[in-house]
Design a protein around this ligand. Structure first.
Ligand code: NDP
Length: 298
C-alpha cells in the first residue's frame, strides 16, 4: 500500500514470517533439516528476556529449530567463549545471536568476533561490517534493525535514491549500518549524534528520518520536514500509572506532533521492533541456504 500513513511493522513482519514459513517448509522437504537459531542470553535483564522470548516464539512460528542458552550473570568470559565455540561447531545451528548488552566484566567485542562469520546473523562480525561498508560488492549479513527499516521502506514502495536521509544515532547496532544501507541505495546521508549542533535544523532537512537515539519523545514533530517519511527506531519505557504494567513504550519522536505533518511514520510499538525479529529469522534462513548450498557444491 503506497498511500498508507502508518508504516505497519507488525503486519509487515507477519507477512514476512508467512513467506519465510513457506520457504522453510520447502527447504525441509529438500534437506530433511530445518534452519537452526541459537540465542545466548547472559543474566536476567527483564527487557533482554522479553526480546529473547520473542525471538524464540517467532523462530518456532516459521518452523526454525531454536536453541536457547541461558547463562548466569556471573558467567566468565572464557566460559561464554567456549559456548560460542561449541555453537560454531554444531551442525544443527546455522545462526548465532548473543543478546546484548553483556555484563561489564565481559568484552562484547571479543565475544562478537568469536562468532563464525557464516553464522553471524546479527551482522556484527568485523568481516560483515566491512562488507557492508564496502559499497561495491555484496554485503554479508546485515544487522537486523537497520535491515528491518529498509525492508519496511521497500515494502511500502518509498523511494530512497536521491533523497536526503538523516540518521539520528551512530551506534554499531543501528545508526552506522542504517546510514551505510541508505548510502548503498543512493540516498544523501547525514548522521547526527550527541555532539550535533542544532539538531532541529538537521532534522528539518530530512526527506527520510531514521531516529535511533533512545530518548523518549525527544524529536519534536514541528522540526520535521512536511511530507517526510519517519522511521522511529527508539523503544523507550516511560512511567504511566494508568497502565497495568506502570509504564508504556514511546519512540524518540513526539507522535502527536509528527503524525499530522508527515507523509508516513512507524508506530512504537508495532513498527521497527517486529521487523527486527523478522530480519533475524530471514538471516537465519539465509545462513542455512548458504551452508547447504556450500555443502552440496563441495
Ligand atoms: P545507543 O545508546 O547505543 O546509541 C544512541 C545514539 O544516539 C548515540 O550515537 C548517541 O550519540 C546518540 N544520541 C543520544 N542522545 C542524543 C541527542 N540528544 N541528540 C543526538 N544524538 C543523540 O542506542 P542504540 O543505537 O542501541 O539504540 C537506539 C534506540 O533504538 C534505543 O531506544 C533502543 O531501545 C532502540 N532499539 C530498537 C531496536 C528495535 O528492535 N526496534 C533494536 C535496537 C535498538 P553519541 O554517539 O555521541 O553518544
Amino acid at each position: 500500500n503506497t498511500h498508507a500513513k502508518i508504516l505497519d511493522g507488525k503486519a509487515t513482519a507477519q507477512q514476512i514470517r508467512n513467506e519465510l514459513k513457506t520457504k522453510v517448509d520447502a527447504l525441509y522437504k529438500l534437506y530433511a533439516m530445518r534452519p537452526g537459531l541459537a540465542v545466548v542470553l547472559v543474566g536476567s535483564r527483564k527487557d533482554s528476556q522479553t526480546y529473547v522470548r520473542n525471538k524464540h516464539r517467532f523462530a518456532k512460528e516459521v518452523g526454525l529449530e531454536s536453541f536457547n542458552h541461558d547463562l548466569p550473570e556471573s558467567v566468565t568470559e572464557a566460559r561464554l567463549l567456549q559456548v560460542i565455540d561449541e555453537l560454531n561447531q554444531d551442525p544443527r545451528v546455522h545462526g548465532i545471536l548473543v543478546q546484548l548488552p553483556l555484563p561489564a566484566h565481559i568484552s562484547t567485542e571479543k565475544v562478537l568476533q568469536r562468532i563464525d562469520v557464516s553464522k553471524d546473523v546479527d551482522g556484527f562480525h568485523a568481516e560483515n561490517v566491512g562488507r557492508l561498508c564496502t559499497l561495491k560488492g555484496e554485503p554479508g549479513f546485515i544487522p537486523c534493525t537497520p535491515q528491518g527499516c529498509l525492508e519496511l521502506l521497500d515494502r511500502y514502495n518509498i523511494q530512497i535514491q536521491g533523497k536526503h536521509a538523516v540518521v539520528l544515532g551512530r551506534s554499531n547496532i543501528v545508526g552506522i549500518p542504517a546510514a551505510m544501507l541508505l548510502l548503498r541505495r543512493n540516498a544523501t546521508v547525514s548522521i547526527c549524534h550527541s555532539f550535533t549542533e542544532n539538531l532541529s535544523e538537521e532534522v528539518s532537512k530530512a526527506d527520510i528520518l531514521i531516529a535511533a537515539i533512545g530518548k523518549p519523545e525527544w524529536i519534536s514533530g514541528h522540526w520535521l520536514k512536511p511530507n517526510s517519511v519517519v522511521i522511529d527506531v527508539g523503544i523507550n519505557a516511560v512511567k504511566d500509572v494508568n497502565t497495568s504494567r506502570g509504564y508504556r513504550l514511546v519512540g524518540d519522536v513526539r507522535w502527536e506532533e509528527a503524525y499530522p505533518r508527515v507523509r508516513c511514520i512507524t508506530p512504537v510499538p508495532g513498527g521497527i521492533g517486529p521487523m527486527t525479529v523478522a530480519m533475524l529469522l530471514k538471516n537465519t534462513v539465509k545462513a542455512f541456504e548458504q551452508r547447504t548450498r556450500g555443502e552440496s557444491l563441495s
